[in-house]
Design a protein around this ligand. Structure first.
Ligand code: CO
Length: 228
């Protein structure tokens, strides 16, 4: 049997399994989603967000890309983030990296991957920020593992530096931001850091929301009441 046909068969078995437990499982699932978590993880097939956290359909909103990056010009990630924070009102955002990450491993080589170079460039930058500490680690696997951890920490700060997260922190005192690393060899998650709404970030990245509200939209300046 061709491998893709197995997926369709497995789907039929999965539906039966769910319906055997609860006959209205899919009717309930179709109504709405109220996930408490946003997961930003690596696309790696060995790190399935739901399986390793024991979360069920409906419990976790998920975005995955190569090496779990939070890039401030990535409209895909930012759209997921905005929807999760502003509409779904998630309480936690988890950035999850993993040891043995191909994206991280390749970023520290001189290999030319064409378009992918642009994406891996963000990891090369993190290497440069921490080059002194990283180059003190003699074992190359340990050095790459440390870069995996530093990458997760950096991406959690990247989240805190978005206006989306800062606005929610100020107005609703959520979400908490978590940085985790998954160990492929043991299955365990390592909790690296957590940022809370009162965590300090570099001042240059802080947005001033009072001033933003005071700015009159351009269409009001053109058509609007002059008394406003
Ligand atoms: Co990876």
């Amino acid at each position: 049997m061709e491998s893709y046909k197995k997926l369709l068969l497995a789907n039929k078995a999965w539906v039966k399994e769910k319906l055997d437990v609860r006959s209205d499982y899919f009717e309930r699932m179709a109504q709405e989603q109220t996930p408490e978590f946003l997961w930003i993880g690596c696309s790696d097939s060995r790190v399935p967000a739901g399986d390793i956290t024991g979360t069920q359909p409906g419990e976790m909103f998920v975005h995955r890309n190569i090496a779990n990056l939070v890039v401030h010009t990535d409209f895909n990630m930012l759209s997921v983030l905005q929807y999760a924070v502003d509409t779904l009102k998630v309480k936690h955002i988890i950035v999850c990296g993993h040891y043995g990450c191909g994206g991280i491993k390749n970023a520290v080589t001189h290999k030319n991957f064409g378009l992918l170079n642009k994406w891996l460039r963000h990891i090369k930058d993190i290497y440069r920020f921490h080059a002194t500490d990283l180059e003190r680690i003699p074992n190359s696997e340990e050095r790459i593992n440390r870069l995996v951890e530093l990458n997760v920490i950096e991406q959690v700060y990247n989240l805190a530096e978005t206006s989306i997260v800062q606005n929610a922190w100020q107005t609703e005192c959520r979400p908490l931001l978590h940085g985790w690393v998954y160990d492929l060899k043991t299955g365990y998650l390592k909790d690296m850091l957590m940022l809370t709404p009162d965590s300090k970030i570099e001042d240059i990245y802080r947005f001033d929301f009072e001033n933003v509200k005071a700015v009159k939209p351009a269409f009001l300046q053109y058509n609007g009441n002059s008394n406003e």
